[in-house]
Design a protein around this ligand. Structure first.
Ligand code: AHR
Length: 498
């Protein structure tokens, strides 16, 4: 059955800028996220540049990844940067106790990460070790990265990089309320002050943002404690962002199937994921109290679906398939982040390759792009675009007790003045005939792409990598109106032109 919906957008009222960093990535030393997914080593038969996979680099360049958070995650609070510099054959191998207890060879370290972000054209977001490290270790890492004419700068040069690196974001710990040391908010705050004060960015003229650990989902203690201290501080420490972690899991430990699930699982995942809006509102309200000028960003630096591991995969490697459900979930979260663009200025999906809700899966020399990847690509026009108001008569998608708006949408104007519209039909059972009103928009054509799938649990596999791929759409606009049909369980992005 085809349902009806309508939408009116007001292109004359551009609002907040949708920071491109909202479309960021997270890559941890976890399972095959870095090793095999990004790093194969310079002697590999898999085509690579200085050890970094060429196919993965090309795919990530195409989605214009703005920023990558590294090296963790829980891994970050046990990472000692000195183990990952210097000649590869002299590096000290350690263990990765959080993630399968496997050997961490340290062949991918600081220089390799900075090479990787440079190859894909992204900025670096590095998480310092607060759990098992010291303020001195953190300060020296940042000096090693960014200084000129110091002993540490000379060591960096001797290791092959005379020029200082640009570090855009510095994370002070990870989940310090949990795997980062189970610290009370007050204890973490005292650590934060030391790390913020003494970790100095020496690269002249280069603003670096410091990100504090913030809330675990809906818990507000970290948000209250850190924001209050920030407002009342006299001098000597500062932050630019507060991190929020929230996964779509549907119960703990994660046990919901990645494929072969029914509509009950689908509907409850979508309901849980749109709860991101309430979470952001809860923490934004506290932040507004202490920071009404919105100087501090809320940084959702871990989000995405966390499902039962792929059968037969290694425990602790967090491998999961990625279906059309993940595509819908991605678009809904992007829309929520964009609507909170005045406070949410960076997010990092967990995780980039082969781990959790990944963009890319690899199997030795093979690589595939997931439905989530395609949504990231379709939303590229929204990077740094200005949000425009949309009013929508969305209809209702109902399953059991769950009621959700059937259609969700955002619109924005990019730097060249071009108008873009993104529409998601959440309903897996019904197409939607949508009437779009575009007052004051001079357009005759809408060009874009739509992503749908034969089933809501459809996935791309190495044998069939193109089951879920976007299809081109070309539509006519007349008298400031556009009418077309959104397929069930679909994401569509359209750009308007005269
Ligand atoms: O992304 C996997 C893990 O989830 C991260 O290491 C940790 O920060 C979070 O609990």
């Amino acid at each position: 059955a085809t349902k009806a919906a309508s939408l009116t957008l007001d292109a004359s009222k551009p609002g907040a800028t949708i920071d491109r960093h909202i479309f960021g990535q997270f890559a941890e030393h976890l399972g095959h996220g870095i090793y095999e997914g990004v790093w194969v080593g310079p002697t590999s038969t898999i085509p690579n540049t200085r050890g970094i996979r060429n196919d993965v680099v090309a795919a990530l360049k195409a989605i214009k990844v703005p920023v990558v958070r590294w090296p963790g995650g829980c891994f970050a609070d046990e990472y000692h940067w000195r183990n990952g510099i210097g000649p590869a054959d002299k590096r000290r191998a350690g263990l990765n106790p959080n993630w399968g207890g496997v050997v961490e060879p340290n062949t991918f370290g600081t220089h390799e990460f900075m090479d990787f972000v440079e190859q894909i054209g992204a900025e670096a977001y590095i998480s310092a070790n607060v759990g098992t490290g010291t303020p001195q270790e953190s300060a020296e890492w940042l000096e090693y990265l960014t200084a000129e004419n110091t002993v540490l700068a000379q060591e960096r040069a001797a290791n092959g990089h005379p020029a200082p690196y640009k570090v855009a974001f510095w994370g002070i710990g990870n989940e310090s309320w949990g795997c980062g040391g189970a610290m009370s908010a007050d204890y973490y705050l005292s650590q934060l002050k030391l790390y913020s004060r003494f970790s100095r960015n020496y690269l002249n003229g280069q603003k670096m943002q410091q990100i504090a650990v913030g809330p675990d989902g809906g818990k507000t203690e970290y948000t209250e404690t850190i924001m209050k201290a920030w407002r009342d501080k006299v001098w000597s420490w500062n932050i630019d962002g507060l991190s929020l972690h929230s996964y779509t899991v549907n119960g703990w430990p994660p046990a919901k199937k990645a494929t072969g699930f029914g509509e009950d699982d689908y509907a409850s995942f979508i309901k849980e994921t749109v709860g991101m809006d309430d979470l952001i509102k809860t923490h934004s309200a506290i932040m507004d109290k202490y920071d009404p000028a919105k100087k501090i960003s809320l940084v959702v630096d871990e989000w995405g679906s966390w499902l039962a591991p792929t059968p037969g995969s290694k425990p602790g490697f967090l491998m999961q398939q990625n279906s059309q459900r993940d595509a819908i979930l991605t678009a809904l979260n992007f829309n929520i982040f964009a609507r909170h663009a005045d406070r949410v200025r960076m997010t990092n999906i967990a995780q980039m390759v082969n781990v959790l809700q990944a963009m890319i899966l690899t199997d030795k020399e093979r690589m595939l792009l997931t439905p989530t990847y395609h949504v990231f690509k379709m939303y590229v026009p929204f990077h740094d675009a200005k949000l425009v108001p949309v009013s929508i008569d969305a209809g209702t998608y109902a399953f059991g007790d769950i009621r959700l708006p059937r259609v969700d949408a955002i619109a924005a104007i990019d730097k060249n003045g071009k108008l873009w519209l993104a529409l998601t039909n959440v309903d897996p059972n019904a197409a939607v005939g949508i009437a779009v009103n575009l007052p004051d928009v001079h357009a005759s054509t809408a060009l874009g792409e739509t992503l749908t799938a034969p089933r809501i649990d459809a996935v791309n596999t190495f044998e069939a990598p193109d089951v879920v791929t976007p299809k081109a759409v070309k539509l006519s606009v007349s008298n400031n109106k556009l009418a077309f049909t959104l397929a069930p369980q679909s994401v569509t992005v359209l750009g308007f032109q005269p």
